[in-house]
Structures are given as structure tokens and as C-alpha cells.
Design a protein around this ligand. Structure first.
Ligand SMILES: [Mg+2]
Ligand SMILES: [Zn+2]
Length: 221
């Protein structure tokens, strides 16, 4: 039976997007999970041979809005909030870098240590690949990979990892919805546009069942 790795974006997908960088407002900052986050992860936890990992780009570091400690504090808080609802996350990965292009458009100095073309940074598949190896002890090409997120970079990272992606629209990033619709015309079998987080989990469960059925019928031949 195949191992299943599900990556979930953090900001705007699991954690409510406030339009600011989570963790940038000091210890009194209050965090709230997105609607359906707990139930989504609980559903995913039922998939046999699976691991669920948070996969997050943290561009706020390069912008000087927050530090690594703040990112880790928010990560731990999200994990705890999920655990209070009996939903469990097996790994948390974040990329601390921004691309040169991003730095240029945001006026970030290119000598800033967070500016780097990093293979971890979504839309690259680095973090998903690491999660397969570390959490499932399986090479990525032998894993069934899914990525859930609210931005086109999330969706693209799932595809670049050789997996499938579920887009869950957030109210903040309207332009991404248009981009995803265009991508869906080409990769219609690899991208699902879910109405909410629970819909995202239900689609993945169905898709895993479908690929297991295929695996079994292939063995019977
Ligand atoms: Mg996001
Ligand atoms: Zn990185």
C-alpha cells in the first residue's frame, strides 16, 4: 500500500489570514484557526500510511517583520490548537528565504541573508520531498503527494513534487483564483478546487481510495 504525504499551507489555510505576518505582533497576539481546519486534519489523519505536514514560506523574515523564534512560536501554537481538537500534525517545515526577484520588487537588499534561490521555497517541491523522506521514510517518487493551500505557489508546489493539489480559496488573494483556473485547464486531473477545508480533505480521501483501487486491479491482472 502506498504511503501518503499531505502538505498543508499554514497562513491563510490553517491559520486565519489577518493581512499581517502571523508572529509579528508580539506575545499578546491572538491566533485563530480557519474554519474547518481541525476537522480537515482529523479526516486526513484517518488515511492509512499517511503523514500530515505544515509546509510554509515565511517571507516576513526577509522583510524584517519577524524572527525565526516568532515563526516557531506560531508553528507551535497552530500545532497545539489542532491538538486541542484531537487533530495531529506529524511535521512542520518552513522556508526562511525569498527569491532574488521577490527581494527586488519589495526593495529588500540582495545581501540580506534570507535572500536565496532556495529549492525548499514553494512553488519548489523541496519541503514536500523532505517530509516524504523524514516522516514516511520513503523516497518522494514512491509517495502519493498532496498539497492543500490558498495560493498558486501552494498548488504549483504539489504539482512540481509530482503530486496533486487542492486549492482552497481565501478571501485575501483574489488574483490567485484566476491563475489557478488557468492552470486547471491544463492540469485538470491534478488540481481540485475545493469549496472549503473539509471539502479538500474529502477529495483527497476519495482520490487515495481511487488510486488504491487502481493498484489492486493492476495486481490482479
Ligand atoms: Mg497561504
Ligand atoms: Zn529556504
Amino acid at each position: 500500500m502506498q504511503q501518503v504525504l499531505i502538505g498543508i499551507d499554514r497562513d491563510g489555510t490553517l491559520l486565519k489570514d489577518t493581512g499581517r505576518y502571523p508572529g509579528s505582533e508580539g506575545p499578546s497576539e491572538v491566533f485563530e484557526l480557519c474554519e474547518g481546519a481541525i476537522d480537515c486534519v482529523k479526516l486526513l489523519n484517518q488515511i492509512p500510511n499517511s503523514a500530515v505536514a505544515i509546509i510554509s514560506n515565511q517571507s516576513g523574515l526577509a522583510q524584517g517583520r519577524l524572527g525565526i523564534k516568532d515563526v516557531e512560536r506560531v508553528n507551535n501554537t497552530v500545532k497545539k490548537l489542532l491538538e486541542l481538537g484531537r487533530a495531529s500534525i506529524q511535521g512542520i517545515y518552513f522556508c526562511e528565504h525569498v527569491s532574488l526577484d521577490y527581494a527586488r520588487t519589495k526593495g529588500i537588499s540582495l545581501s540580506n541573508s534570507f535572500v536565496k534561490e532556495c529549492s525548499d521555497m514553494k512553488p519548489n517541491p523541496g519541503m514536500l520531498f523532505r517530509a516524504c523522506k523524514e516522516l514516511l521514510r520513503t523516497p518522494p517518487e514512491k509517495c502519493n503527494i498532496y498539497m492543500i493551500g490558498d495560493r498558486s505557489d501552494d498548488v504549483l508546489s504539489g504539482l512540481s513534487a509530482g503530486g496533486k493539489s487542492v486549492f482552497v480559496k481565501s478571501s485575501v488573494h483574489q488574483s490567485d483564483t484566476l491563475e489557478i483556473k488557468k492552470k486547471m485547464q491544463i492540469h485538470y486531473d491534478k488540481i481540485h478546487n475545493a469549496k472549503d477545508l473539509i471539502g479538500a480533505a474529502e477529495w483527497i480521501i476519495m482520490d487515495v481510495a481511487r488510486s488504491c483501487a487502481k493498484e489492486i486491479s493492476a495486481k490482479d491482472l
